[in-house]
Write a protein that binds this ligand. Structure first.
Ligand code: EPU
Length: 337
């Protein structure tokens, strides 16, 4: 079924809670709806929106916004060691994580409580606490309007990297993700190596899927703002990946600076939150926008009245202050429209 909304304020539909208008929002349930949507509603430009947890709207959207609603979870094969599960793009990500933990299936537990829909997970390869969506993704199904048909892309062709995928580059704005297939394991494979995870799991009685999920939820609730209360889009910036020599120079001045290896031995990942924090910006605000007081990587709509362009102006100021102090450019992770 297709449902069309016209001329609506999208404040309640974006996690930053900015007020902008959309000329047309088209929600759909089935793959077969897509051909009809493109025949009847789309003339030129269009975009897809999941939960809009990683989008900052800076203007009204005058072209159709297409929203997948399919929430189906379908086990497509099951063996002694694990299962393949095909999930509709419209399911809330954390409902999938809860579903897998309830069934004793490993793989997604460290990604508990990440806001957003399943269809958005491959786009920025969501990640947290030592896990990334790509670790469990088998393939991604999508509608390709240019060809008027459906395509299934195997994970190895999705160009997954740190907060990266082909959906942010060559396929950007060209496909509508309709379903994602995941491989979940019946064999325990706990990932406890990141930050406070192991301590929080031990405090709950030791390693189990439920304890890991609860530990991660608790850490996230402590550090990250609740979108239902304060508008935000999670990490506003990406952690910068720099030449190893650049990190080495900084470490001479700041020996406690967090830094992480990457797949490329010549590159090191730094913590943008730490860099912003060191500039004294944690909790700092101007007008309606601020830096979250418990995680400097997150910008917040402090009053609920921020406009998208006000957030951009503030973000640019943060980028400049960090660049002036450390000589490091931090890029927005959030998709700016
Ligand atoms: N740090 C500070 N001050 C801050 C924030 C962080 O000093 O205000 C330091 C921390 O003490 C730590 C390091 O920086 O030593 C890294 O911090 P943290 O573990 O909180 O993780 P992050 O690198 O800031 C990333 C993800 C988060 C994810 C966490 C946990 C990105 C852009 N962000 O943040 O993802 O939850 O790791 O895995 O990679 C999101 O994408 O919306 C998101 C919240």
């Amino acid at each position: 079924m297709i449902q069309v909304y016209e001329n609506i304020d999208i404040c309640s539909r974006n996690s930053f809670k900015v007020h902008q208008h959309a000329t047309k929002i088209i929600e759909f349930d089935c793959n077969s709806d897509l051909q009809q949507i493109f025949a009847e509603h789309v003339t030129d430009r269009w975009m897809v929106m999941g939960g809009a947890n990683n989008i900052l709207f800076t203007r009204d959207i005058e072209f159709p916004i297409i929203v997948p609603r399919n929430e189906q979870i379908e086990v497509i094969s099951e063996g002694s060691e694990g299962i393949y599960v095909r999930v509709g793009a419209g399911l809330e990500w954390d409902e999938l994580v809860a579903w897998s933990v309830e069934r004793g299936l490993w793989g997604l537990e460290n990604l508990s409580l990440i806001p957003g829909k399943v269809g958005a997970a491959p786009v920025q390869n969501i990640g947290a606490y030592g896990a990334e969506a790509k670790d469990c993704i088998i393939n991604v199904e999508m509608y390709f309007p240019e060809q008027g048909g459906f395509v299934t892309l195997a994970a190895e062709h999705c160009g997954f990297g740190y907060r990266e995928s082909v959906f942010k580059h060559t396929l950007k704005g060209r496909v509508i993700i309709t379903a994602v297939t995941f491989c979940l394991s019946k064999i325990a494979q706990p990932k406890l190596g990141y930050g406070d995870v192991e301590r929080e799991v031990e405090a709950r009685g030791g390693v189990s899927l439920v304890n890991i999920r609860e530990a991660i939820c608790s850490i996230r609730r402590t550090k990250l703002p609740d979108t239902a209360v304060t508008g935000n889009a999670g990490s506003f910036f990406k952690n910068p990946i720099v030449e190893a020599s650049v990190a080495q120079n900084l470490l001479e001045h700041y020996p406690n600076m967090p830094h992480y290896p990457t797949a490329d031995p010549e590159k090191v990942k730094l913590a943008a939150g730490w860099l912003i924090d060191q500039c004294g910006l944690k909790g700092y605000s101007e007008g309606n926008v601020g830096v979250h007081d418990r995680q400097a990587l997150v910008l917040i709509n402090t009053t609920g009245n921020a406009s998208g362009s006000e957030v951009i102006t503030f973000a640019k100021k943060v980028q400049k202050i960090v660049a002036d102090k450390f000589g490091i450019a931090i890029e927005a992770e959030v998709n700016i429209l």
